[in-house]
Design a protein around this ligand. Structure first.
Ligand code: ATP
Ligand code: FE
Length: 347
């Protein structure tokens, strides 16, 4: 089977062609960072218009990079949510048009399922496994037992860690996206100089909180500014190191609990924050202690892309899913039907 995948639920427009043996024939991602840079966040109207403009081009590029025409495909998978509704709608409408025009089957994919199934695409991981999805918009543990069988074990009750990295960078005058900038500063910093909190570690379960950590950074910065009239580079680096260590500690301890609650032979991560080396090392150690293998897909497949959507579409198709012209674009769409509304999902 060969599927076209289409993704437009946040601020990246993407298309990809993927085969059911895990071969990625093409993967095109067009970002919008520059479009939103002046606004300090993703502006839904601008995102929707950019998706509408770029989708056709991305699909054409994905097909030509793969060296295939539409008629040589076996199906079309599209992100049908959750996300910014304008972007999701653009993608779903394009996918419907292509499906009608070609007679190919259409499969609507949950964006989070795309992330959660990526370790199967990249590393042929077998079910079941534990997934930590940790990005700018999401933070949750999923026990993955099948292409449509997800149990949410816990997640953030406020900010996602990537969001916290971005806000901390802003507070300290570092560039966006904050994750790489904070990680770089932290390399020169002392993580022990400032005692930053480890929110919710004293409470049982796998839920997390990161907004208090950001407030603690703000307070620490203001204290230093009041005492010495400004921040030295070393102060900034030490705060970054302390903040990063706190995030890693919280995620590591909660991951340990998630693995205890839902034992699995593999711990996998996805999301932009999974690029963080300190975090990776901490998670790897937790996995090793629990006797689990640690798997982190390559970064370009950890962040938003359409290869994961094509792959999730293939898995859903093989499980019998077919969608019609009534496929809806959903701004909210929890993966785990038993879960409470996903706090902290979306920005
Ligand atoms: P989502 O896909 O969940 O809607 P998103 O598009 O913001 O959210 P990603 O593209 O997966 O998420 O990741 C971007 C986030 O990852 C940003 O918040 C960024 O700061 C963070 N990030 C990237 N690299 C690092 C790093 N080395 N350390 C920590 N955070 C990082
Ligand atoms: Fe995503």
């Amino acid at each position: 089977l060969t599927f076209l995948g289409i993704e437009s639920s946040c601020d990246d427009t993407a298309a990809a062609v993927v085969r059911d043996d895990g071969t990625i024939l093409s993967s095109v991602v067009a970002g919008q960072t520059e479009l939103h840079a002046d606004f300090g966040g993703v502006v839904p109207e601008i995102a929707a218009r950019a998706h509408a403009e770029k989708l056709d081009i991305c699909v054409e590029r994905a097909l030509s990079d793969a060296g295939l025409s539409l008629s040589e495909l076996d199906g079309i998978a599209v992100t049908a949510g959750p996300g910014l509704i304008g972007g999701v709608l653009s993608g779903v409408m394009l996918a419907k048009g292509l499906a009608v025009g070609t007679g190919l089957p259409l499969v609507g994919v949950n964006h989070l399922a795309g992330h959660a199934l990526t370790p199967r695409l990249t590393d042929h991981v077998e079910y079941p496994y534990l997934m930590l999805l940790v990005s700018g918009g999401h933070c949750q543990f999923l026990s993955v037992r099948g292409p449509e069988d997800f149990t949410r074990l816990g997640g953030t009750i406020d900010d996602a860690p990537g969001e916290a990295f971005d806000k901390v960078a802003k507070l300290l005058g570092l560039p966006q996206p904050g994750g790489p900038a904070v990680e770089d500063a932290a390399r020169r910093g002392n993580p022990k100089r400032f005692a930053l909190p480890r929110p919710l570690l004293d409470r049982p379960g796998c839920d997390m909180s990161f907004s208090g950590l950001k407030t603690a950074v703000l307070r620490q910065r203001d204290e230093l500014v009041a005492a010495q009239g400004g921040l030295h580079e070393q102060d900034r680096d030490d705060i970054c190191a302390g903040f990063q260590a706190a995030v890693a500690d919280v995620l590591a301890e909660k991951t340990r609990r998630a693995l205890a609650a839902a034992p699995a032979p593999v711990l996998a991560v996805a999301g932009g924050v999974a690029a963080n080396q300190t975090l990776r090392a901490a998670l790897k150690a937790v996995a090793a202690k629990a006797g689990a293998e640690f798997i982190a897909p390559p970064l370009r497949l950890c962040t938003d892309n359409a290869a994961m959507i094509a792959w999730a579409g293939i898995e859903a198709f093989n499980a019998g899913q077919r969608d019609g012209m009534d496929l809806a674009a959903r701004p909210r769409w929890p993966l785990d039907r038993n879960s409470a509304p996903m706090l902290g999902a979306g920005k």
